[in-house]
Design a protein around this ligand. Structure first.
Ligand code: SF4
Length: 508
């Protein structure tokens, strides 16, 4: 198995940088059905371009390169201990090469291991089979969509849908509810893996396993095949749309399994994956460790571009140019729906930096600043840092902190994805600030607009959580919460809630 480590490194790099054909095809359909003039259409055009760019430069599709889950089948007699060691080494190497972001954090100390290795990371599931080759499948699932996974214990009562009973109708209600509750926070259009039954822990695992199914397959169980089809139709009537901006493309796949359960329990477990649906697999020659075959794709068929050269996202000339630092008058003039082009300095801050700022003085002047919710992939080149991937992270995690941070430091714009809650909306009005929505996962697209000018708290917080200073050039974002108490997220949530009610009652 002399080539096994090399094969695993190739699998990891390809999974992180090149979306599989079934996902590309589904995203191509989404691009076709959404009008290019809507916010969702513009977001999709940026996503399509980002997918193409990631493949061209072999860069991470999204800066959150996700939690690696390996599903491995081996013939009897293969040494799984050695395989595991080689995979760990390949993960560390892929991290060193910037194909994976350092993503493994000690849950007690908060320290990032720096190489994506640590207790429980990555996840391995080995199984033996009768074939003579080794099968390795890899899923890289990011935190934004992982946080939107949800588990229902039926019977239960659901917003807009009422009671969900212990039958297929009740299961359907739960799955539709899972799509609605994700809104834009999981970077839709999304894909679902679902498990009906089992226990709590195995239910989630079986749900995640469904994400290894190809998006275009048909469930061998006719009842589940019908349910999958119905969910696809109904979920795409809700109007959540790309990034929760409203629109027709809400779901690109739904794969459902059923497992036996205890008489007393009935769980419906949903694994929500984002449009950056990164999973691939290989068959390995047991003697050499070389890749014998790729799963999900034909390596002899060239990767087709999602957006034709010269097409896709275009500036209209109606965009508002913002030059940071921002004044109160500038942000008070902005309204929900404005497309802005950000220029000048911005500073990143995620969970750890928000917590730090709440208890310490800021290491830099934040008056008039744009605070970017982003944990970038950064590469050290000599004494410089290069921005390798830098899309937004989910903002709602900072809801408990943001209003205080805006007030204390005089922040004028918070930028991230998925929107924020009532407390932040109130602070935007009271202190004169705005929420800018960048396109989730568009890590390569945005990396081209940013150059690094410095960093604070790198030692203390690690690469993704440090406060990076960027200089932005024409960074595209959309105002989704303004200083007049308007929130696109509240509007879409309410409107899609009404649609959910109709779909649940069979009136849509
Ligand atoms: S596309 Fe969005 S949800 Fe998916 S990994 Fe990237 S940031 Fe997370």
């Amino acid at each position: 198995m002399q080539f096994f480590r090399k094969s695993m490194l190739e699998l990891i790099i390809q999974t992180s940088t090149n979306l599989p054909p079934d996902v590309r095809q589904a995203m191509g359909v989404a691009l076709k059905i959404e009008s290019p003039t809507t916010q969702a259409g513009q977001a999709l055009a940026i996503i399509g371009k980002n997918i193409d760019m990631a493949h061209e430069v072999e860069g991470a599709i999204c800066q959150d390169t996700g939690f690696p889950t390996f599903e491995i089948k081996t013939p009897v007699g293969v040494n799984q201990i050695v395989m595991k060691k080689e995979i760990l080494s390949a993960i560390a190497e892929a991290t060193k090469q910037g194909k994976l972001r350092p993503n493994s954090v000690d849950s007690i100390t908060g320290k990032n291991s720096g190489n994506n290795l640590g207790p429980g990371t990555p996840a391995f599931y080995f199984e033996q089979w009768e074939e003579d080759r080794i099968e390795v499948r890899l899923l890289l699932k990011g935190g934004g969509c992982e946080n939107k996974n949800i588990q229902y214990s039926v019977p239960c009562t659901l917003d807009h849908l009422g009671r969900a009973d212990r039958d297929l109708q009740g299961v359907k209600k739960c799955i539709l509810h899972s799509v609605w509750q994700a809104q834009g926070q999981g970077c839709g259009p999304g894909a679902l893996g679902v498990c009906i039954g089992s226990d709590r822990a195995s239910g989630y695992h079986i749900a995640k396993l469904q994400l290894f199914r190809s998006l275009d397959d048909v469930n061998p169980d006719p009842k589940l095949a019908k349910l999958e089809q119905e969910i696809m139709q109904d979920a795409n009537k809700l109007g959540v749309g790309t990034m929760g901006f409203g629109g027709k493309a809400t779901l690109i796949g739904c794969k459902i399994a059923a497992a036996n359960r205890l008489p007393a329990s009935f769980f419906v477990s949903v694994a929500y994956d984002c449009w950056a649906f990164r999973r691939l697999g290989v068959l390995i020659d047991t003697k050499t460790g070389a890749i014998a075959k790729w799963l999900y794709r034909d390596p002899n068929r060239p990767v087709e571009r999602l957006v034709a050269e010269g097409k896709g996202f275009k500036l209209t000339g109606r965009e508002v140019r913002l030059q940071a630092p921002l004044s109160e008058a500038t942000v008070r003039a902005l309204k929900v729906g404005d497309v802005v082009l950000v220029n000048g300095p911005m500073v990143t801050a995620r969970d750890a930096a928000h917590s730090y700022l709440l208890h310490h003085e800021s290491p830099c002047d934040l008056r008039g600043a744009i605070l970017y919710h982003c944990g970038p992939v950064m590469m050290r080149e000599g004494d410089q840092w290069r921005v390798a991937a830098a899309g937004p992270t989910t903002s709602i995690r900072e809801e408990p902190y943001e209003a205080d941070i805006i007030k204390r430091f005089g922040i004028r714009a918070v930028m991230g994805k998925g929107g924020m809650g009532k407390k932040t909306l109130g602070a935007l009005k009271e202190f004169g600030a705005v929420y800018l929505h960048a396109i989730g996962g568009a890590a390569q697209f945005y990396a081209r607009c940013l150059s690094a000018t410095g960093v604070d708290l790198l030692e203390e917080l690690g690469v993704p959580e440090a406060m990076w200073h960027f200089n932005a050039k024409d960074f595209v974002a959309i105002v989704t919460m303004d200083s007049h108490r308007n929130s696109l997220h509240e509007d879409v949530s309410a409107a899609t809630g009404v649609e959910l009610e109709k779909v649940g009652a069979g009136k849509s």
